[in-house]
Design a protein. Structure first.
Length: 276
């Protein structure tokens, strides 16, 4: 009993330390976004500002055109994530349910593709899209994002489909349902927690991606949020207030995605709980 109690206390202390370490940077970013310049660069550091201002947010959307960057990122991340998730559902199901020649090789190739640094592919990708006239295009960026997410998403989808008993599909087919019908009516609903996780993973990665976007986009009206935030850093200095305001706005979609998907995943797990 004493060991169990000590373990619970130690765990509570460690979790509290981790929570504080995770919250402090977010708190400081939010605080900085509301500071006036005089308090922003004051020394000693002002931890609780006396004056709160929305000037950084006003500048962000009026002069920095952040609404355009937000729209670009939202459309690009949403469409790319939906496409990569749909592709992974069908490819993952095929790898989980069907046996064919070179199946092991295909699975191994998917894992091997995750070991290749993305930086090694940048030059051939840039050359290829340049010949196609797709540089400075959100379409090209979307194609790359789908390709980047497809392999790992397929591996994840296969893992979720493997855990679903085949007997459920077979029972549905005995009752007169086709294989496609059993897939959409039985397997996909039970795999919804995994599908939600795949979509969340793809969306967050696409939303935060900087290197590829910075390489392929060179027009201000095509910038995504990471590229736009990076542009606030210059040789003349860093606009900390505006940068912090942009980071706060950029956090909103990720918070919404996680909040929504968390409920969805829990719901899907409870509805899909079964024992063969």
């Amino acid at each position: 009993m004493r060991k169990s109690r000590k373990y619970k206390i130690l765990r509570a202390i460690m979790l509290s330390i981790y929570l504080i370490a995770a919250i402090i940077p977010i708190y400081w970013i939010i605080l900085t976004s509301f500071k006036v310049p005089s308090e922003l660069y004051a020394y000693p550091i002002i931890y609780f500002p006396k004056v709160l201002t929305l000037s950084n947010y006003s500048y962000l959307f009026s002069f920095a055109h952040f609404s355009i960057y937000f729209k670009n990122s939202l459309l690009l991340s949403a469409i790319s994530s939906i496409i990569s998730t749909l592709l992974s559902i069908f490819s993952g199901y095929a790898l989980a349910r069907y046996n064919f020649k070179l199946k092991g090789f295909v699975i191994g190739l998917l894992f091997f593709s995750q070991m290749i640094p993305a930086y090694l592919l940048m030059v051939p990708q840039y050359s290829m899209f340049s010949n196609l006239g797709l540089i400075n295009s959100l379409t090209a960026l979307g194609i790359l994002y789908v390709n980047i997410a497809a392999a790992f998403s397929t591996i994840m989808a296969r893992g979720f489909f493997v855990r679903i008993p085949r007997s459920l599909e077979e029972a549905a087919m005995i009752d007169g349902c086709s294989r496609i019908g059993a897939f959409f009516r039985i397997t996909v609903p039970l795999a919804m927690p995994g599908i939600a996780a795949i979509f969340s993973f793809s969306f967050i990665n696409d939303w935060n991606e900087l290197f590829t976007a910075a390489l392929f986009l060179n027009s201000d009206d095509r910038y995504t949020i990471p590229v736009a935030l990076y542009s606030f850093i210059s040789k003349a200095g860093i606009q900390w207030g505006v940068l912090s305001a942009g980071l706060v706005v950029a956090l909103i979609p990720t918070i919404i995605i996680f909040a929504f998907m968390q409920k969805f995943i829990i719901s899907g797990l409870t509805q899909g709980a079964l024992k063969e």
